[in-house]
Structure formats: structure tokens, C-alpha cells
Design a protein around this ligand. Structure first.
Ligand code: GRF
Length: 193
């Protein structure tokens, strides 16, 4: 019996994608969300995990960047995939090197546009609006040591109307995230279905 595929998720904020991914795999016999790690001890994602009965672990900068505490923890968990879902810190090089092609991120725009340091959350949708884009979308990509630069795995698009507000754009993008992210993760973990 092949052992469960283990996902560990890193998140910094609300965690609606975390909840969606946990729910998606809840009844999956081969894939589980083993734990959620967060760098914000006030992040709403912690409450979601309590309710969903998935371990949520807070870590600070020294554990993540200035030491190998989180790297060692991740190694001990033997994750098949490390998923960034609204995680705002860059991934340290030694962590990227320890999990080649095993760290994926979702970005709420069509990279390479509207990516990079500081481009997250409403800042992305405001820039898309500012530039009068007629479409936007999501990008799921492998993570390297730079923000939003790893190989692109999947993109999905949605049309925008001229009077869409940044909040309405965010809503359209979240809808794509909820629809596609868990399925892309499933495909990565069980390529033969
Ligand atoms: C999502 O829009 C995701 O694309 C980006 O951060 C946001 C996280 O939202 N990386 P949530 O915390 O999952 O609600």
C-alpha cells in the first residue's frame, strides 16, 4: 500500500485557499494536508485549521530564515509537496535547494506580469485595474529563490469589465483559485491519476 502523499502548506493570511485545499482532499485516500505553517500568529488561517482539525504551527523569522528550525521540521515531515497559499516571505535558498521541484506557489495574476516583491493581494488587482487590463488570472508555479520567478505549471484566465473594482477583480481571481489550485496539486502528486 503506497503511503499517503503529504502536503504541507505555508500561509500568512486569511487562508481561504488553505481551507479549500483541505476540504478538497478531505475524502482523498491518497493525499492529505499534513500541516499548515504560518509566519503570522494572528493570521485567520490558524482559526480555520483549528475548525478543520489540521495542525497549524506558527514560526518566526529566526526559525525560518536565521536558522534551520523550519527546514529541519519540514525534512522530518517528509512532504511530497510544499504549497505556498498566500505566504508573503521569500523562501530561503537552502530550503529551495532541499525540496527541488517540490515547492509550488499560487500568484493572483498572469505572471510574468504583476509579480515580484511587494506584488500581493489587493496591490496586484489595483495594478491590473490601473493598467486597464481586459483579463487577469492565476499562475501556479514552482518556487525558486526569487519572488514569482519559478517555472510556470498552470495558468487560468478571467475576463475583466472596465468598471470592475479591485475587489471584484479579487473575487474573480479567487474563484479561479478555488476551482483550479487543488486539481493542479492533485495532478502534481498523482500524475497517473
Ligand atoms: C490568494 O489570492 C493567492 O493567490 C495569493 O494570496 C492570496 C491568499 O488568499 N498568493 P487566502 O489567504 O488563501 O484567502
Amino acid at each position: 500500500m503506497n503511503s499517503m502523499k503529504r502536503i504541507i502548506i505555508l500561509a500568512s493570511g486569511s487562508g481561504s485557499n488553505v481551507e479549500n485545499i483541505i476540504n478538497h482532499f478531505r475524502t482523498n485516500a491518497y493525499i492529505e494536508v499534513a500541516a499548515v505553517l504560518t509566519n503570522k500568529n494572528t493570521a485567520p488561517v490558524i482559526e480555520r485549521c483549528k475548525r478543520l482539525k489540521v495542525p497549524a504551527i506558527y514560526f518566526n523569522k529566526s526559525a525560518f530564515i536565521d536558522s534551520n528550525v523550519i527546514l529541519d521540521f519540514l525534512n522530518s515531515q517528509e512532504p511530497d509537496l510544499i504549497v505556498l497559499a498566500g505566504f508573503l516571505w521569500k523562501i530561503p535558498e537552502n530550503l529551495v535547494a532541499s525540496f527541488p521541484n517540490k515547492i509550488v506557489n499560487i500568484h493572483p495574476a498572469l505572471l510574468p506580469k504583476y509579480g515580484g516583491k511587494g506584488m500581493y493581494g489587493s496591490k496586484v488587482h489595483e495594478a491590473v485595474k490601473e493598467n486597464g487590463e481586459t483579463e487577469t488570472g492565476i499562475t501556479i508555479h514552482f518556487v525558486n529563490e526569487n519572488y514569482d520567478e519559478g517555472a510556470i505549471i498552470y495558468q487560468a484566465k478571467t475576463n475583466l469589465l472596465p468598471n470592475d473594482t479591485p475587489e471584484q477583480i479579487a473575487e474573480k481571481v479567487h474563484a479561479l483559485e478555488y476551482e483550479h489550485f487543488p486539481k493542479v496539486l492533485e495532478k502534481l502528486l498523482l500524475p497517473n491519476g
